[in-house]
Design a protein around this ligand. Structure first.
Ligand code: ATP
Length: 413
């Protein structure tokens, strides 16, 4: 009961903070944000689920940060009179999405922010170990987006993707490879947008929904385009528990209407692929899930995938290994790609330090001495890897792995 009360109080205060901010009453807005944080802190203490409790604490930090930055946020809003909230703007944005062709519909500052989300990366598909089927599926969707449509034929086969799974398994890496793939060969601007939802919500208080509309307007203009939205759960985590704030609701309904708008008449020839990534798919609600037919579990790497990832982070970086890489892959069961990378760094760094103890002394003697020195390396032994394993341990528990599989089964049933 106390938990529900604290959550409700926190949500009410946050809503009041949003309204007070829109009415330029910063003092009240600040007070309400502090109260929202206070009640949420209590709620976090009473939350038994460790991950959820941490999510709530994270939100407390954001509320406090926002309270501190209110004058700065108000100043930003003042400089953008056309994007200032009006009563009408505050209604959840369920209106039809903006017309893809009209450039003027996006305020210059929002456009600038959206364009700063355009991302170009150098990651190539073969820098991603394992995940062969996923890579294939994403390439197919991309190819369908980029290829010319035969005249007079209406082709469906166009899907948005939801990538979910434990942290550090390559979701962002896959998006980065897509970013590289959609880079125009002719040197034209890239059309890959990469945004973290939590960042949008905390940074653009009161403006987040407009940013989403702006994002899709610019994406449609640049069609074909790919929109990658990371940490999506931070938007919907609280919906089912009735903790969702006005701003979050607004962003979500804007996002949904933008997605729906892409299927509407008048958008023929406009291709925008949306990829969502999340570690907490069970926090996404039905409205989101129903719009993402392709829900792909990006799991912890299996044995062959771990071997490939270790190869990417060790052998392909030029390190020699005395022992069979398959053996190392066997001893790292349960590790994510990120943990395998950390494990590889631990092994190589330790070996490099051990082999080059003379470096500090050389630097003391003078820069020329250090410049004339060539770094010594030696092949990595099984003992090196065993030592590193003591230091880098996997964080995803078998129970969490099971939760992902159960969730997958529940949505594919
Ligand atoms: P999070 O859910 O925490 O955002 P993520 O699934 O998006 O994590 P990435 O950011 O893609 O994970 O991976 C983090 C790092 O781990 C990568 O930069 C890469 O170095 C390494 N890594 C993860 N998966 C792989 C993989 N399949 N192949 C090679 N390296 C990997």
């Amino acid at each position: 009961m106390a938990l529900e009360f604290n959550l409700k109080q926190s949500e009410d205060y946050e809503k009041q903070a949003f309204d007070a901010f829109s009415a330029s009453d910063l003092k009240k807005s600040q007070y309400c944000l502090m109260k929202a944080a206070e009640y949420l802190t209590e709620a976090a203490k009473e939350t038994k689920d460790g991950q959820l409790s941490e999510l709530r604490r994270e939100k407390v930090r954001k509320l406090l940060d926002k309270a501190k930055r209110l004058p700065e946020l108000a100043e930003q809003a003042k400089q953008k009179p056309s994007s200032k909230q009006t009563k009408d703007d505050k209604a959840p944005t369920s209106a039809a999405p903006s017309d893809g062709a009209s450039k003027s519909s996006v305020d210059a500052e929002i456009r600038g922010t959206v364009e700063s989300l355009i991302h170009v990366s150098k990651v190539t598909w073969d820098e991603i170990g394992g995940l062969a089927d996923t890579k294939q599926e994403l390439k197919y969707a991309l190819g369908m987006t980029l290829a010319k449509r035969p005249a007079g034929v209406s082709l469906a086969g166009w899907s948005n993707f939801l990538l979910y799974g434990p942290p550090g398994t390559g979701k962002t890496l896959l998006a980065a490879a897509i970013s590289n793939a959609v880079k125009r060969q002719d040197g034209g601007s890239s059309c890959f947008f990469n945004a973290k939802i939590a960042g949008i919500l905390s940074k653009y208080f009161g403006e987040s929904a407009k940013l989403i509309t702006g994002l899709y307007t610019v994406a449609r203009e640049k069609s074909p385009a790919v929109v990658f939205l990371d940490e999506f759960e931070s938007l919907t985590a609280s919906r089912d528990r009735g903790e969702q704030t006005g701003a979050e609701r607004q962003v979500l309904s804007t996002f949904l209407s933008e997605l729906d708008g892409l299927d509407k008449k008048g958008t023929e020839g406009v291709y925008v692929l949306t990829i969502l990534a999340t570690n907490r798919p069970w926090d996404l609600d039905a409205a989101i899930l129903s719009r993402f037919e392709k829900k792909i579990l990006i799991p912890l790497p299996d044995l062959p995938a771990r071997r490939e990832i270790l190869d990417i982070h060790l052998a392909r970086k030029g390190f020699q290994i005395e022992t069979d890489l398959g053996k190392i892959a066997e001893m790292t069961d349960g590790y994510s790609g990120r943990e395998l990378e950390a494990f590889s760094k631990e092994v190589t760094n330790r070996m490099i330090v051990e082999m080059n103890m003379a470096i500090p002394e050389l630097v003391t003697k003078g820069i020329e001495q250090a410049m004339g020195y060539e770094i010594k390396l030696r092949p990595l032994s099984l003992a090196d890897f065993e030592r590193a394993r003591q230091k880098v341990q996997p964080a995803t528990t078998p129970a969490t792995v099971k939760r992902y599989h159960d969730w997958r089964d529940s949505v594919t049933r």
